[in-house]
Design a binder for this molecule. Structure first.
Ligand code: F0G
Length: 420
């Protein structure tokens, strides 16, 4: 039987119960499957013939009725072999999983399709989240699709413009909080516990993690279930790295993959409580009171899923690393120029982290590496424009423009197409 289970004391709760934290010890919950049952369900199904997507793995998702599914066609994103970037960084086999290809432009859609489907199953009318931007954009879209009321709390002035535009146009009630993400999250947790009927869809919600675990399934399948040595993931509130690891663990338990990758979490220097905890071999996290980074998506000082993320990193023999804002922006530019992939700054932190770990010898050039690029570059166009060379402005004149391009024209072509 599929159940919700406390990650600390093991208390179990039915899938029918709305419960965010364990009622006995207050810790986070996760969804637990009976793998004998799951294996049988998969064998009876046609899952291998379904397109690559979150719902390809329906039998491994905690929902009751397929008819309740709220979908915008999420998942099935490209796993791009990045030869030029790999060569530049000194890695023989590098892939980038481009989550910007999801319907609202980030990996959050994988979690929201499942989370909002559960909201529909529970019959709630209002959904809520705190967000650095992408979660709010995604929840707003899925709530619109399902006809639910949506409330999002965002840190005032600290979310990228594209994400704000999304939340607004999808019709969410957008509340800007004079404070940071961590404070906004505390408030929505209190609100959803106090006010019945408001369903919380931050990543403490175990059903969101279920959707996001499909990232691990997909990467495995896209590489024919062959060994992946290492996966780099940008870490903010720490749900995604935990989810991807759960995906790998489950595929392993189902006998679909033999080896497990080392999970490597990357945080921005100014918001790196998990990386600091891993590096100092502590068991307990020390939150960062005033997180700061240009990568606003991961500007988080008290990651709520830190325990799950620590287990993912430690159990997989992975590691965590910090990168500076400058390293993040360099990586963003490199990925765009060498591979044609435009990702937002937080997403580029996985590439920046790989670069750092190759340089300091922690990653071997023969490893098969996947970097997860979590969100699309157009989410945050202001930074890209600010960090790039300004376009030159000229009169509408061919000769002036020819001089501006600054190249010798190899063959002179007449306006009529023939040679002069
Ligand atoms: N990358 C991007 C683009 C994100 O938006 C986030 C999180 C992360 C990485 C980190 O993922 O929190 O699971 O560790 N954004 C959240 C939001 C917090 O509100 O959109 P995580």
């Amino acid at each position: 039987m599929t159940q919700q289970k406390c990650i600390n004391c093991g208390s179990r709760y039915s899938l029918d119960e709305i419960v965010y934290f364990c009622r006995k010890c207050g810790d986070l919950l996760e969804v637990e499957y009976d793998f004998t049952e799951a294996r049988e369900d998969l064998e009876k199904s046609d899952w291998k013939r379904r397109p690559l997507s979150v719902w390809r793995y329906k039998e491994l998702m905690p929902i009751k009725r397929s008819s309740a599914i709220v979908s915008l066609s999420e998942g099935g994103t490209g796993l791009h072999s990045c030869k030029r970037l790999g060569e530049h960084l000194g890695i023989r086999e590098l892939y980038v999983k481009n989550e910007g290809e999801n319907p609202t432009g980030s990996f959050k859609d994988r979690g929201m399709t499942v989370g909002v489907t559960k909201a529909v199953e529970y019959g709630v009318k209002t959904v809520i989240c705190a967000s650095t931007g992408n979660t709010s954009a995604s929840l707003a879209a899925y709530a619109a699709r399902a006809g639910l009321k949506c409330v999002v709390l965002i840190p005032s002035g600290k979310i990228a413009y594209g994400k704000l535009a999304q939340a607004l146009i999808y019709g969410a009630k957008v509340i800007q909080v004079r404070g940071n993400f961590d404070q906004a999250l505390e408030i929505v947790i209190k609100l959803s516990e106090r006010v019945g009927g408001i369903y919380l869809l931050n990543s403490i919600n175990p059903f969101r993690i279920e959707g996001q675990k499909s990232l691990g399934y997909e990467m495995s399948e896209q590489l024919d279930n062959a060994r992946i040595d290492r996966v780099f993931v940008p870490v903010g509130n720490a749900g995604n790295i935990s989810a991807i690891w759960k995906g790998f663990i489950e595929f392993h338990r189902l006998g679909l993959i033999e080896a497990l990758p080392k999970m490597t979490g990357i945080q921005s220097e100014g918001a790196a409580p998990i990386a600091h905890t891993i590096k100092s071999h502590n068991a307990q996290i020390s939150p960062v009171a005033k997180p700061e980074t240009i990568a606003t998506a991961i500007r988080i000082g008290a990651p709520v899923s830190w325990k799950k993320a620590m287990s993912a990193i430690i159990d997989s023999h992975g590691t965590a690393e910090t990168v500076s804002d400058e390293e993040i922006l360099d990586a963003q530019r490199l990925l765009a120029r060498l591979e044609g992939l435009f990702v937002e700054p937080a997403s580029a932190s996985s590439i920046a982290g790989l670069k750092k770990l190759v340089e300091n010898g922690e990653v071997d050039r023969n490893e098969r590496v996947v970097c997860v690029a979590t969100g699309h570059g157009l989410k945050d166009p202001d930074i890209a424009v600010k960090m790039s060379e300004k376009p030159i402005e000229v009169d509408a004149d061919v000769e002036v423009i020819e001089r501006a391009i600054g190249v010798e024209m190899p063959i002179e072509i007449s306006v009529h197409g023939g040679r002069r």
